[in-house]
Design a protein around this ligand. Structure first.
Ligand SMILES: [Cu+2]
Length: 696
């Protein structure tokens, strides 16, 4: 596990001079560069009844849990997972990559399409199992495709492949990640966009914006420390990334660490059109930290959380716990400036050496941008898209970023078309009005020590240019803390439930069962500190996935599997009490839950808007607080309910629900599931998997 520093040094010889290339920081990913494409309103190479892939369904008149289109269109992707060395923040580390990129490729589909992803486990030196989870997808009728090892499948053995196939029955923004141990912390993450109807119109879809804390140690090194006798459950991140990018990785390097770090790794850049409305799809794809996201001077209009469209509201700062997403609209309407910092700060309830992520937002003038296809093929000139009111046109021209090659048009599968990473780019320089070039100001809401060290390092970097080296660095200032709409850096909870209201109202049904779930920390007989959730510290068995056992009629499991049979319950109310100082982003597989109440201390029995409570698939329970959730347990399967902090899940903070066991028994589980277990058993017959944690 991991690489010797000598190897790293050898690999990095000769690149310490200049700043790092995109390939050195992010491999095959182009997110956060001018080569990253805008997204369409929907995919067009499919039937368009009534002009849309989803026909006449709309966001505010259809219950997506009951009605969704079935297009019959299959979006196929081919993912190879392997090790690679990248330096996302300038600090080179061994990572686990999807198709050679961090973050992994974007999956795109229309509402009602089927997504099919073949995953090849090419993890070598040393080998590990893997499994991919499709976060937020309900997997109705396909619970074995959920990608949770020990729960819905055996891990994909090294050298083996597995093809996932499931329907996009909800739409919006999500992500995929490995659910094998804390493996995704090393890079196995990527965005998913499912196009669907929109209640609020916008001009340009900027696409996914991945926010993630970042760790210089391999996940297994972190787990070994955390789960050692006398170890600490608290894990400290080294940096914070937007699109897998940030500088300042060297600031947090330990004094005894001789890894050759490059001080000024490029930050991400985004391109807005003056006067236009942009859709951004924020995703907290990190391992622990809750993110406070903002763009200097710009109001953010939130139109969806997770896979749930909401009644739009305006915010200056958006809080996202791990796994949560927000779709926001941002109008490029600032008149005194043309470049601005996008910021995401890790809320101070997590320990972070460098909690500030920055990316640059550049205004470009509409209609003046032109660029050539670097292949020398047909030159495309971007013109402002025609706005035809409510009807989106499938033949709308795609916009080219300054100097960018198109990544779109590539066959789905991701990174199949990444020649732009290696070629020279030709194109006219983009016009940026008012080119101030000054050092960016840093947030003033930091604890003094942190902001000091960050600031001094930046000043030392001297002739720093913007994230896009041909463009000036923004000089904008963050929203001042202590003003209305700007959360305290220590605030570790989601926006008030009274202002987050689903667009399509669903009244809360009466619960058929109510249960209180306690969160505890304990020290086991080996002096290892672990989490208990609902009285048990979870530890799964990779060789015995509970769903497959349940399908055979076996629902009597070892205590440490923390399985709870919900039998034929119709709606389950979960009161989660958090007596500790950490926030916990609580995530449920297989359903969206209603969020009845959230706040400090114990629940007083109040329900926020019972006629239409907030719904989503992750909700933060704040430190020393509670959250009350409820879900309709009508989706047969075995579903995890867990804290999405990777380190907490590894420490046992998970439970699994058996929903409608009688119906599970009647489901026809594909025989490939058993074969995957046989492959895993064969591999574990000659290798000992290093399961030191819960397995998830
Ligand atoms: Cu947690």
């Amino acid at each position: 596990m991991g690489l010797h520093h000598g190897v790293l040094i050898a690999l990095l010889m000769g690149l310490a001079e200049a700043t790092l290339s995109q390939h050195q920081t992010n491999g095959n990913s182009v997110l956060g560069t001018s080569a990253s494409p805008d997204l369409p309103k929907f995919l067009c190479n499919n039937p368009l009844p009534h002009g849309y892939p989803w026909g006449t369904l709309t966001a505010n008149t259809s219950d997506a849990y009951k009605t969704h289109p079935t297009t019959g269109v299959i979006r196929t992707y081919d993912f190879t997972i392997s090790r690679g060395i990248l330096a996302p923040d300038g600090y080179p580390k061994s990572m686990l990559l999807v198709n050679g990129g961090f973050p992994g490729p974007l999956i795109e589909a229309n509402w009602g399409d089927t997504i099919q992803v073949t995953v090849h486990n090419n993890i070598s030196d040393s080998e590990e199992g893997t499994a991919l989870h499709w976060h937020g997808f309900l997997q109705q009728g396909t619970p074995w495709e959920d990608g949770a090892p020990a729960v819905t499948q055996c891990p994909i053995a090294p050298g083996a492949s597995f093809t996932y196939q499931f329907q996009a029955t909800l739409y919006g923004t999500s992500w995929y990640h490995s659910h094998y141990s804390a493996q995704y912390s090393d890079g196995i993450v990527g965005p998913i966009v499912v196009y669907g109807p929109n209640e609020y119109s916008y001009d340009i879809d900027i696409g996914p914006v991945m926010l993630s804390d970042h760790y210089h140690d391999d996940y297994m090194v972190i787990l070994e420390k955390m789960l050692a006798p006398g170890g600490m459950l608290e894990v400290t991140s080294d940096n914070n990334l937007i699109q897998g990018k940030n500088s300042l990785g060297c600031v947090t390097q330990r004094a005894d660490d001789k890894t050759p770090c490059v001080a000024d790794a490029p930050q991400a850049s985004f391109y807005f059109e003056k006067g236009k409305v942009h859709r951004l799809r924020l995703i907290n794809s990190g391992s622990e930290g809750a993110q406070h996201f903002s763009i200097d001077g710009h109001m953010l209009t939130v139109i969806a959380y997770d896979f749930v469209p909401i009644v739009a509201y305006e915010a200056k700062v958006i809080t996202l716990g791990v796994g949560q997403r927000a779709d926001i609209l941002v109008t490029a309407n600032i008149t005194n400036g043309t470049s601005f910092w996008m910021r995401s700060d890790i809320a101070t309830c997590a320990t972070a050496k460098q909690p500030f992520a920055e990316a640059a937002v550049y205004y470009v003038d509409s209609g003046t941008t032109s660029a050539q296809n670097g292949l020398g093929a047909s030159s495309t000139v971007w013109v402002a898209p025609e706005r035809s009111g409510t009807h989106e046109v499938c033949s709308a021209p795609e916009r080219l970023r300054p100097g960018a090659w198109r990544g779109r048009g590539a066959a789905p599968g991701g990174f199949g078309h990444n020649l732009s990473l290696h070629g020279s780019v030709s194109g006219k320089p983009v016009e940026i009005a008012g080119s101030e070039s000054r050092h960016g100001s840093h947030p003033t809401d930091a604890t003094a020590d942190r902001s000091k060290s960050v600031e001094s390092t930046k000043s030392d970097s001297g002739t720093r240019t913007g994230p896009n080296s041909s463009l000036p660095q923004p000089s904008s200032s963050p929203w001042p803390t202590g003003t209305v709409g700007v959360p305290d850096p220590s605030a570790c909870f989601n926006d008030d439930l009274s202002i987050t209201r689903p667009l399509y109202p669903i009244a809360l049904p009466p619960p058929s069962w109510t249960h209180t779930f306690d969160i505890e920390i304990f020290v086991n007989a080996s002096d290892v500190t672990l989490w208990k959730f609902d009285g048990v510290s979870f530890r799964g068995d990779y060789n015995a996935p509970t769903l497959l056992l349940a399908s055979l009629g076996n629902t009597t499991w070892p205590t440490e599997w923390n399985g709870r049979n919900l039998y034929t319950n119709t709606s389950v109310r979960m009161i989660v009490n958090n007596p500790g100082p950490s926030q916990h982003p609580m995530h449920l597989h297989g359903s969206n839950f209603y969020v009845l109440h959230e706040g400090p201390g114990p629940w007083d029995g109040t329900i926020v808007r019972p006629e239409n409570p907030m719904r989503r698939d992750v909700q933060i329970v704040r430190p020393n607080g509670h959250v009350v959730l409820q879900f309709d347990s009508n989706n047969p399967g075995v579903w995890l309910f867990h804290c999405h902090i990777a380190w907490h899940a590894s420490g046992g903070f998970l439970e699994q629900f058996i929903v409608r066991p009688d119906e599970i028994e009647r489901m026809k589980v594909p025989s490939i599931m058993a074969q995957t277990c046989r492959d895993w058993a064969a591999w574990t017959g000659t290798h000992v998997p290093d399961q030191i944690d819960s397995g998830l």
